[in-house]
Design a protein around this ligand. Structure first.
Ligand code: HEM
Ligand code: HEM
Length: 193
């Protein structure tokens, strides 16, 4: 169960999936709130530091997840899925894996190219070094737009992905959601017409 098998996710894959999902949803909310123009500057500074700390944590976890995904035995799609559903879910999962790395990476680039040079205090424990990139206002604006666009694209994909999981669970009655919750397989119900 720890390692997973052809039709079940292992404990670490499930733990990483839900931990990263929770953190990303919190970061999307935090990112939106902290960039509102009418926010108190002291609160904004503190929220930015929390955002950057949890964002760097997601970057580390998403890299572990991507490596684990590449190296582990692939879990086969639920048997009742059509060829189109298999294709769409495979594309969505790969995009989620890639965006889970690219979004925080783009955030790290903003912090690195900003002429303000504000350090990223990782949970007040240590300073995350800036990437070796040239600092300029133009680069900060560009990377802020890239980060926001990728983050909101990720949000759209997550909404589709979560709706698909709910559809499979509530409407199709198959194992798609249950196996990501670590539950045992149950016999598939008849498809509703
Ligand atoms: C998966 C992880 C992350 C998510 C989902 C995320 C999401 C967001 C969102 C939704 C915004 C608001 C965009 C807007 O409405 O303009 C934002 C802004 C920002 N994020 Fe992230 N972020 C993540 C990781 C990071 C990391 C690791 C850093 C830096 C170390 C970072 C630095 C920033 C900064 C500096 C802004 C403000 C940009 C501006 O001034 O417009 N983010 N983020
Ligand atoms: C918040 C609501 C979410 C729900 C309800 C959800 C549900 C699920 C379910 C049920 C599966 C299994 C699909 C299958 O076995 O065919 C799955 C897989 C997956 N999810 Fe999510 N998920 C959510 C959020 C996320 C987020 C935020 C990410 C990453 C950014 C993500 C990335 C993935 C990936 C990469 C897989 C494929 C796993 C693999 O093949 O090893 N999910 N998700």
């Amino acid at each position: 169960m720890l390692r997973g098998s052809g039709n079940a996710y292992g404990f670490f894959a499930i733990l990483l999936h839900w931990l990263i999902a929770l953190l990303i949803l919190a970061l999307l909310t935090l990112g939106y709130i902290m960039t509102r123009p009418d926010i108190d500057p002291a609160l904004q500074f503190s929220l930015f530091q929390w955002h950057k700390s949890f964002g760097m944590l997601v970057l580390a976890l998403a890299l572990v997840r991507a490596v684990q995904w590449c190296m582990s035995v692939k879990v086969a799609p639920v048997a009742t899925l059509s060829a189109l559903e298999r294709l769409l879910s495979s594309i969505t999962h790969k995009l989620l894996l890639v965006l889970g790395v690219l979004v925080p990476l783009a955030g790290w680039v903003i912090a690195s190219v900003s002429p303000l040079g504000i350090p990223t205090f990782m949970f007040d424990l240590f300073v995350v070094p800036h990437l070796p990139l040239a600092q300029s206002e133009g680069a900060e604006t560009l990377w802020s737009e890239v980060h926001a666009t990728l983050a909101y694209t990720l949000l759209c994909l997550i909404v589709l992905h979560a709706l698909a999981a709910l559809y499979h669970h509530l409407w199709r009655g198959d194992d798609v959601l249950m196996r990501m919750l670590g539950r045992r397989r149950s016999p598939p119900r008849e498809k509703r017409s």
